[in-house]
Design a protein around this ligand. Structure first.
Ligand SMILES: C[S@@+](CC[C@H](N)C(=O)[O-])C[C@H]1O[C@@H](n2cnc3c(N)ncnc32)[C@H](O)[C@@H]1O
Ligand SMILES: Nc1nc2[nH]cc(C(=O)O)c2c(=O)[nH]1
Ligand code: SF4
Ligand SMILES: [Mg+2]
Length: 242
C-alpha cells in the first residue's frame, strides 16, 4: 500500500517551500506520459530514518506503523502531512483513518490527487488537484479526457465547498493549447477563489524538453484574466531533494 515516507521541502504548487512529510501510496489507475513515479503495485516500503536525511530503511509493509513513523519525522517547521502517490484515493478508506488520528495529534493534512475519485473524498486541510490534459495520455480519446476533466472539477468543487484550501495544478507542455487552458481557468473561476498552478513539465526519459519561458508567460497571462495564477516548477528537483 505505501511506497515511501520522507520529509522534504514542498517542491510544487501553492505551498512551495513549506516543510512536509510525504506519504506516498503505490499504484495509480492513470498513466500520465510525464509521470515521474513508477506505477508498480508491488515492492517494499522505504522509510526515511532521520528527517531530511534521504537515508532509508526498507520494510515489507508499514500500514500499521505509519503514525509512529510520522511522529518520528516531525520537525518544528512541519507544515502538513501530504498523502500522495501514485493516486492516494485508491486507498481512500485507509487515508480517512489516518487523517482522523493525525488531526487529533495536531497535524494538518494535504491531499495530492488526480481528482478522478470525487466520491471517495474525506476531509483535508489542504489539497492539490491535478487537471490532466489530452496530451498527457498516449492512447486515450477525447471522451476519456472530458470524463476525467468533469470529475476533476467536481473534486475541486466538493473540496472547496467543504472548506478545504484547494488549488488546481496543470502540467503544461510546449504544445499545450492556450484555448483549452483559458477554458479551464474560466471553469475554475466559476467554482470560486481557486489558485491555478501552471507547472512546466520536468524532463523525463519520455519527455525530453521542458516548457519555454515564452509559453509559460503566455499561459499565465491568459489565466490571470480569470484566476489567481502562479508558475510552480518542481523546485525539489533543482535542489537535489526528494
Ligand atoms: C506523482 S503525482 C501523484 C499524485 C496524483 N496522482 C497526481 O497526479 O497529482 C504528483 C504530482 O507530480 C507532478 N509531476 C509528476 N511528474 C511530473 C513531471 N515530469 N513534470 C512536472 N510535474 C510532474 C504532477 O503534477 C502531479 O500532480
Ligand atoms: N519535494 C517534493 N515535493 C512534492 N510535491 C508533490 C510531490 C509528489 O510527488 O506528490 C512531491 C515530491 O515528490 N517531492
Ligand atoms: S495521475 Fe499522478 S501518479 Fe498517476 S500517472 Fe498521473 S501523475 Fe502519475
Ligand atoms: Mg514527486
Amino acid at each position: 500500500m505505501i511506497r515511501e515516507v520522507f520529509s522534504s521541502i514542498m517542491g510544487e504548487g501553492k505551498f512551495i517551500g513549506k516543510r512536509f512529510i510525504f506519504v506516498r501510496f503505490k499504484e495509480c489507475p492513470l498513466d500520465c506520459i510525464y509521470c515521474d513515479e513508477p506505477n508498480a503495485p508491488g515492492g517494499t516500503a522505504r522509510v526515511e530514518e532521520i528527517s531530511g536525511s534521504c537515508e532509508f530503511m526498507e520494510y515489507l509493509e508499514i500500514e500499521h506503523e505509519l503514525i509512529e513513523i510520522i511522529e518520528k519525522l516531525r520537525t518544528p517547521d512541519l507544515f502538513a502531512v501530504s498523502f500522495t502517490g501514485g493516486e492516494p484515493l485508491v486507498y481512500s478508506n485507509k487515508i480517512k483513518e489516518y487523517s482522523e488520528i493525525l488531526k487529533h495529534k495536531g497535524y494538518k493534512t494535504f491531499l495530492e490527487s488526480n481528482g478522478m475519485f470525487p466520491e471517495r473524498l474525506g476531509s483535508y486541510d489542504y489539497a492539490s488537484i491535478d487537471i490532466k490534459l489530452p496530451e498527457h495520455f498516449e492512447n486515450k480519446d477525447d471522451d476519456f479526457w472530458y470524463g476525467l476533466y468533469k470529475k476533476e472539477l467536481e473534486t475541486i468543487e466538493r473540496l472547496y465547498l467543504a472548506g478545504t484550501d484547494v488549488y488546481a495544478k496543470i502540467v503544461v507542455f510546449e504544445e499545450t493549447s492556450e484555448e483549452l487552458i483559458e477554458r479551464i481557468a474560466i471553469d475554475l473561476s466559476k467554482i470560486g477563489n481557486i489558485t491555478l498552478c501552471i507547472q512546466p513539465v520536468s524532463p523525463t526519459d519520455k519527455i525530453k524538453t521542458t516548457t519555454s519561458k515564452k509559453k509559460i508567460f503566455e499561459l499565465m497571462a491568459i489565466c490571470g484574466k480569470y484566476v489567481d495564477v502562479m508558475c510552480t516548477p518542481q523546485i525539489h528537483k533543482w535542489m537535489g531533494m526528494l
